[in-house]
Design a protein around this ligand. Structure first.
Ligand SMILES: Nc1nc2c(ncn2[C@@H]2O[C@H](COP(=O)(O)OP(=O)(O)O)[C@@H](O)[C@H]2O)c(=O)[nH]1
Ligand SMILES: [Mg+2]
Length: 256
């Protein structure tokens, strides 16, 4: 997809007004993890709020520069998952899948990492361009919670940055890693959730049919999982998205 086309899709479908030489960064996270605080620390006053097209959900966008590169940051609605069907979850999921952000930052609450990791793992199934921001480190310290960040980073195979967003601690490191991931200087192969043998077998059976259709546009394993879910709206969205790019109808694969 060329850059101008990408900007047009972002504008028409997501109300995102990016310019071609700008990296687009999505900010995801459960509600109340300090996402807006991270957003403010990254963008300062350079932000404005509107609505997602056709929805009554806030769409806040902001900009910052780092190492002479420009970044457009999009604050996604706070969600626990990307699988259920609330408007907020749909917006977050569609943006990560089809808006093709250069980097998706997942903000996690350091005091309840395990619950928060659920969303991170779901996002890691969609895109390899993920950065995990473990926020509220001061609160975790107060509760004597120790997080082995390096081990977690190795385990998940995505960059992890610790922050105390309220004090702007770690924000520069976060900018640095966003720059590295967006520009392709740092590439990850995020750990994938392994399902039961039956599901894994079904994924393997579908992949050869899915791969040529979705090629590099979507992660084939993720598409296989959605087909197995039988999530009709999502299958329609994927089909529309691929048609948009003049691709074969995905439904043929769904009804194999
Ligand atoms: N102690 C502490 N509080 C924080 C930190 N980051 C955010 N907060 C606070 O957590 C609350 C929720 O933050 P907010 O950014 O609105 O969360 P959001 O719902 O994820 O957007 C606010 O009171 C913030 O001031 C942090 O790193 N440490
Ligand atoms: Mg918020």
């Amino acid at each position: 997809m060329n850059e101008e086309n990408h900007c047009r899709i972002l504008r028409e479908h997501f109300g995102i007004s990016s310019v071609p030489e700008q990296y687009v960064v999505a900010l995801a996270g459960n509600p109340n993890v300090g996402k807006s605080t991270v957003f403010n620390a990254l963008t300062g006053l350079h932000q404005h709020t509107g609505n997602w097209p056709g929805k009554t959900v806030d769409n806040t966008q902001g900009t910052f520069s780092h190492r002479k590169k420009k970044f457009l940051l999009v604050d996604l609605p706070g969600t626990y998952s990307l699988l259920a069907h609330t408007t907020e979850e749909q917006i977050a999921r569609d943006f990560i899948c089809f808006g093709k952000p250069d980097t998706t930052v997942v903000v996690l609450d350091a005091t309840c990492l395990e619950r928060n990791l659920n969303l991170a793992l779901q996002i890691m199934e969609i895109t390899p361009s993920v950065v995990i921001c473990v926020n509220l480190m001061d609160e975790a310290n107060k509760k004597n919670i120790t997080i082995h960040l390096q081990e977690l980073e190795k385990e998940l195979d995505v960059p992890i940055i610790a922050t105390i967003a309220r004090r702007e601690e770690g924000i520069n490191n976060l900018k640095e890693i966003i720059h590295q991931v967006s520009s392709g200087l740092r590439k990850s192969k995020p750990k994938q959730t392994i399902y039961s043998p039956e599901i894994e077998e079904a994924i393997q059976a579908l992949l050869p049919s899915i791969q040529p259709i979705v090629s590099h546009k979507l992660n084939p394993r993720w598409v296989a999982l959605r087909l197995l879910d039988g999530d009709k709206t999502m299958i329609e969205n994927i089909t529309r998205y691929l048609n948009f790019q003049n691709e074969t109808d995905l439904r043929e694969v769904a009804y194999l």
